[in-house]
Write a protein that binds this ligand. Structure first.
Ligand code: MEV
Length: 419
């Protein structure tokens, strides 16, 4: 059904999706102004970014067509190719858990404050639960309270951590409401002042993992070459573990895929970015989030990714944005933890595609086709001219806007001569 999907026209691609999922709502055309105006302050217009699909994913033995919103030309093509090569990607998820903090500063009587908090822990937790009745009704809400003393060069602090199950929501509003409800009681109890109360975007418990084991022969028709590619991918992954310059870019490639899926599903990609990069630094050394090893005996390339992805499938933008709703439907209406696992699989595939390209033909070749089309549009080619100009640009020794403008002139001159 999806064979040659990328070669089809947009209308044909939409028809394939309709055939694949006749149960879906009609693809939304635009974000209605009335909705947009209620989403942000001072709204003026919609700023559009294309939504496409990666059609070759199998995750936990289920075929997935993955919606991706991105302005970067090669991201979806790369995810598509990688999905095909990697085959079934297995995923798991930790706990649905976020953490909030109430921070007390200027602590004078450290032991007394800690003791009071410990003594009243259960009442405080109950108060937090009472402040979140809807989450509690859904089986989530406050889970536990813990306390910790922290000291900087200038100050003593006590931090109260509230762990919280946000169910299928992101939970930022719910947990912040709880923290703000709890803070006055804590202030009265301890005779201290809360410096702030806020959700943390870091969550070590809510980690998604994805793994894949690829027979080496899938990497190249020539077996020797395939083995070399597998070894080079493993070396690239190893190198990223000792060089922050490379690890940063390695992880940026992963986020090309994850952010695109965050955007498609209306999720807060800044929260995901913050969480993921903090996790990459958890040992004190910024590390690659996806790793590849070559199992010589089994002749397989093994890929693994592990990262906390705090996403949601209800609430906020997600529930009001028609394209986000459509994207979730396309993904078979996953739970938040299922969505986080799909994201991990996409991140792993995106990393595989980038690293494979880097250790073989380089990254530019794959970018050429779409870059040529983008250059063609930049120099003013009409819809009818874009394809021809892009072809000519790819044959040219170099691609630049000057060359594109010259070639467009040439096309137009030839056309008027033909007439
Ligand atoms: C470009 O957007 C992403 C890459 O640089 C990722 C990488 O180098 O691994 C290709």
């Amino acid at each position: 059904m999806f064979r040659g999907f990328y070669k089809k026209t947009t209308a044909q691609r939409r028809a394939v999706i309709d055939e694949f999922r006749p149960d879906l709502h009609i693809m939304p055309k635009a974000l209605p102004e009335t909705v947009a105006d209620n989403m942000i302050e001072n709204y003026l217009m919609n700023y559009e970014i294309p939504l496409g699909v990666a059609v070759n994913f199998t995750i936990n033995d289920q075929q997935k067509v993955v919606p991706m919103v991105t302005e970067e030309p090669s991201v979806i093509a790369a995810a598509n190719n990688a999905g095909k090569i990697l085959g079934n990607i297995q995923t798991t998820y930790g706990q649905r858990e976020i953490t909030g903090q109430i921070i007390l500063s200027g602590i004078q009587h450290l032991e007394t404050v800690l003791q009071k908090l410990e003594t009243h822990k259960n009442e405080l937790l109950q108060q937090a639960k009472d402040a979140s009745p809807n989450m509690v009704k859904r089986g989530g809400g406050p889970i536990a309270l813990t306390f910790e003393h922290k000291k900087s060069k200038i100050e003593q602090y006590i931090v109260i951590y509230l762990t919280f199950n946000p169910c299928d929501a992101m939970g930022a509003n719910a947990i912040n409401t709880c923290l703000e409800a709890l803070a006055p009681t804590i202030e009265a109890l301890t005779d201290e002042i809360a410096l702030m109360k806020i959700l943390s975007n870091y969550s070590e418990a809510a980690v998604s993992k994805a793994t894949t084991s690829v027979p080496t022969q899938k990497l190249h028709p020539n077996l020797e070459e395939a083995k070399n590619i597998a070894k080079s991918i493993a070396l690239a992954s190893d190198y990223a573990s000792i060089d922050v310059y490379r690890a940063t870019t390695h992880n940026k490639g992963i986020m090309n895929g994850i952010d695109a899926l965050c955007l498609a599903t209306g999720n807060d990609w800044r929260a995901v970015e913050a969480s993921v990069h903090a996790y990459a630094s958890r040992t004190g050394n910024y590390q690659p989030l996806a790793t590849w090893t070559y199992d010589e005996k089994a002749d397989r390339l093994i890929g693994e990714i592990e990262l906390p992805i705090p996403v949601a499938v209800v609430g906020g933008t997600i529930s009001v944005h028609p394209a986000a709703q459509w994207s979730l439907e396309l993904l078979d209406n996953p739970s938040a933890s299922e969505l986080a696992q799909i994201m991990a699989a996409v991140g792993l595939a995106q990393n595989f595609a980038a690293v494979k390209a880097l250790v073989t033909e380089g990254i530019q070749r794959g970018h050429m086709g779409l870059q040529a089309r983008s250059l063609a549009m930049q120099v003013g080619a009409t819809e009818d001219e874009v394809g021809r100009l892009a072809e000519k640009l790819q044959e040219a020794p170099q691609m630049s806007s000057t060359i594109a403008a010259d070639l467009l002139k040439e096309i137009r001159e030839n056309q008027s001569e033909e007439k």
